[in-house]
Design a protein around this ligand. Structure first.
Ligand code: MEV
Length: 319
């Protein structure tokens, strides 16, 4: 949409963390997969008066935004400021298919969508680094001290490895399927991050062992993903899951979906995202097996499930 017409759109998608959540906060690597079927779209239009937001049929002022979507206000503010526009005279409408607080990068996707819509509205340019910084500024309102993984993964088009702020695309050697099952329990990322911090502070030796294990499993997963070895990737995910539970981010509703996925033949299954609710991720080696897992999780009271196909990459990396 052109800036001249006074209306502009921006969009972003969800992400699933294959492995490395929480340990990434401690500087270890993590692997994330884009989930492009779940999207958020922001639409900015010119209006007079204070900034307003159109969400779920309501028009709200910035100070009326519910806490769970407060980062939208911050994303709008930082973006308008970045382009030298006043923090006024716009209506920002938002439509999202990404469930919030489910571990799928909903808040980072909203920030990306709003920032991109404001950029187009202003007719300005942003480097990837500037865009990342603006999303991080909005994410800090939601998460305190985000690693940057969500801000990166909700814009990536391919599986990525994120490590200490740097990102690189990953090779995938064979098709595989991820089944995301939503417990419907809405956790808070900052609370989950604080739980892990509490565990690491209270049990420094064991905490360090678990974080190291997660880092090792992530390295192993990178290699197995490139080799297309779903059979050995599964147990890596299982071990990461057990470590996350011991670090304190499990939940009864997660246990139910994990048990259902295992009984349904998952090659591996784990928490994905912050945990304490949210989603689990199960690994399958065929579309039919993925459908069976999705059904098994729905039978075990998942409020929603999505199947994500991870396509093999072409070129040297894929073996
Ligand atoms: C949340 O999607 C991922 C966490 O590792 C937090 C972060 O990376 O900032 C739990």
């Amino acid at each position: 949409m052109s800036a001249e017409s006074g209306v502009a759109l921006g969009e972003a998608h969800a992400k699933a963390i294959l492995i490395g959540e929480h340990s990434v906060v401690y500087g270890h690597p993590a692997i994330a997969i884009p989930v492009t079927s779940l999207r958020t779209v922001a639409r900015v239009s010119a209006e007079t008066g204070p900034i307003r937001f159109g969400i779920d049929g309501s028009i709200l002022a910035i100070d009326e935004l519910p806490a769970r979507i407060a980062p939208i206000g911050e994303a709008a503010r930082v973006a308008l400021r970045a382009f030298g526009l006043p923090e006024a005279d716009v209506l920002i409408r938002l439509r999202t298919g990404i469930p919030p607080a489910a571990g799928l990068g909903g808040s980072a996707a909203v920030a990306h969508a709003v920032i991109e819509a404001v950029r187009r509205f202003a007719g300005g340019e942003l480097t990837e680094a500037e865009r990342f910084e603006l999303v991080q500024a909005a994410e800090r309102v939601a998460h305190g001290n985000p690693s940057g993984l969500d801000a990166t993964a909700t814009r990536a088009r391919t599986p990525i490895l994120f490590h200490a702020g740097a990102t690189r695309p990953l090779a995938v050697g064979a098709p595989m399927w991820l089944v995301l099952g939503d417990t419907g329990v809405r956790g808070s990322t900052s609370d989950a991050v604080a739980r892990v911090r509490g565990f690491v502070d209270a049990h420094p030796g064991r905490g360090a062992e678990l974080l190291d294990l997660l880092a090792r499993m992530t390295g192993e997963a990178e290699r197995l993903l490139a080799a297309g070895d779903v059979g050995r990737l599964g147990p890596c995910l299982d071990r990461a899951h057990d470590a996350l539970v011991e670090l304190g981010v499990g939940h009864d509703a997660i246990d139910e979906l994990v048990a259902a996925a295992r009984a349904g033949g998952a090659r591996g299954v784990k928490i994905t995202g912050a945990g304490c609710g949210g989603c689990v991720l199960a690994l399958a080696d065929s579309a039919a097996a993925a459908e069976r897992l999705s059904h098994a999780m729905t039978e075990a009271n998942a409020v929603a499930s999505w199947v994500v196909e991870v396509e093999p990459t072409a070129g040297e990396g894929a073996r």
